[in-house]
Design a protein. Structure first.
Length: 158
């Protein structure tokens, strides 16, 4: 937080593996990508790309691609949802705040069916609801938004 201050969904050619857009820019997925790289030494760019190469037919066809694109695939929420599910990271979606742990990843729908992704923080509101860390349009922030949008996925990386 404080480093990514601009929401920018532009397609960018990235180094591989370990590629990233400039730290001052990004989207919601970039928050997760950077956190996984820093906290868990997991390169989602490489992991998603390799899984898509092996099982492209398992991934969404929303964008009309004929093959994986290592520059963008890991930066798309539906692809991350598919990857997390395929890795066995799925946790039951509930409306109970106590079911969401620090480091969990939550996907949801904002606005008119826009996929979004957030990380559950180790900080909580006074009522015990965990805060989330995400970029929803104004840079990376930590705020009380866990139940602000319809949750479409809950994942815990083991």
């Amino acid at each position: 937080m404080g480093k990514t201050v601009i929401y920018d969904p532009a397609y960018v050619r990235l180094a591989y593996p370990g590629g990233d857009v400039p730290i001052k820019k990004g989207v919601c997925t970039d928050v997760v990508i950077r956190a996984m790289r820093d906290a868990m030494n997991m390169d989602l760019q490489k992991l998603v790309h390799e899984d898509m190469k092996a099982s492209f037919h398992e991934y969404p066809t929303i964008w009309g691609l004929k093959k994986p694109d290592r520059n963008i695939d890991h930066r798309r929420v539906p692809n991350l949802k598919t990857y997390f599910r395929r890795q066995g990271y799925t946790v039951k979606v509930t409306a109970k705040k106590e079911d969401y742990f620090s480091g969990d990843i939550v996907t949801c729908t904002v606005g008119r069916n826009l996929a979004h992704i957030m990380i559950v923080s180790d900080k909580k509101c006074l009522d015990g609801t965990p805060l989330v860390i995400h970029n929803i349009g104004r840079g990376t922030v930590e705020e009380n938004r866990l139940f602000s949008f319809p949750i479409t996925g809950h994942y815990r990386i083991k």
